[in-house]
Write a protein that binds this ligand. Sequence first.
Ligand code: 13P
Length: 256
Amino acid sequence: MRRKIIAGNWKMNKDIHETATLIAELTERMKDFRNEVDVIICPPFTSLVLANALIKGSSIKMGAQNMSQYDDGAYTGEISARMLLTIGCEYVILGHSERRQYFKETDELINQKIKKALSVGLTPIVCIGETLEERESGITDKIITTQIKGVLKELTSSEVEKLVIAYEPVWAIGTGKNATPEQANQVHKLIRKLIGQMYSWNLAEKTVIQYGGSMNAQNASSLLSQSDIDGGLIGGASLKSEAFMAIIQAAVEVAK
Ligand code: 13P
């Protein structure tokens, strides 16, 4: 049985004051939470140190939204895997479509970042997903296959076992138009099939695959009830404690 993971990607939102408020609200709402699902928040870099202090004693875990493929050195503006690890990050989102679109990240670069994250013990949350144009041209499966093969290149079975995959159809991100549970589940099944072919069915069955793209309190339950959807990567709805908590509760109900 795969454990459900609910992760909030705050993107470029929340200064340290707003971070403190949101985490205070969340920890209060999660007082009676019994760890039935994994809950992760991914604040911006500037809030990570504070967030790590504020989530102490709660069951919330922390991740970053990006990191460098390099260890250290003259890379102005970059943040290394080890820096993230030493301030309490357990996860790092890699290959988000906004990084691919605005910062020209490629499968090859994302593959390098995944290897680096794994080498220090961070768990990468690896994002893949097709654009609207690609879906409408009927090449979703091809795009997903290319991305999976590209980001997992040269990774061993024991490395892939440590990853979380997030299927985020680009057309569903921030648009209020989520993929239907059936549409999403179909792609999740494809991802599992690819991992089965590339590695083993045993590994495919174990791999946690989150859905992301306009997940909210209303649609969370139907998405999370699908056979191959193991959690959510949530943008907008993770910025308000009430909405994020409602999604966590939906995951807890489904996990029962
Ligand atoms: P929204 O939930 O705002 O659509 O964002 C999804 C996302 O990109 C999470 O990484």
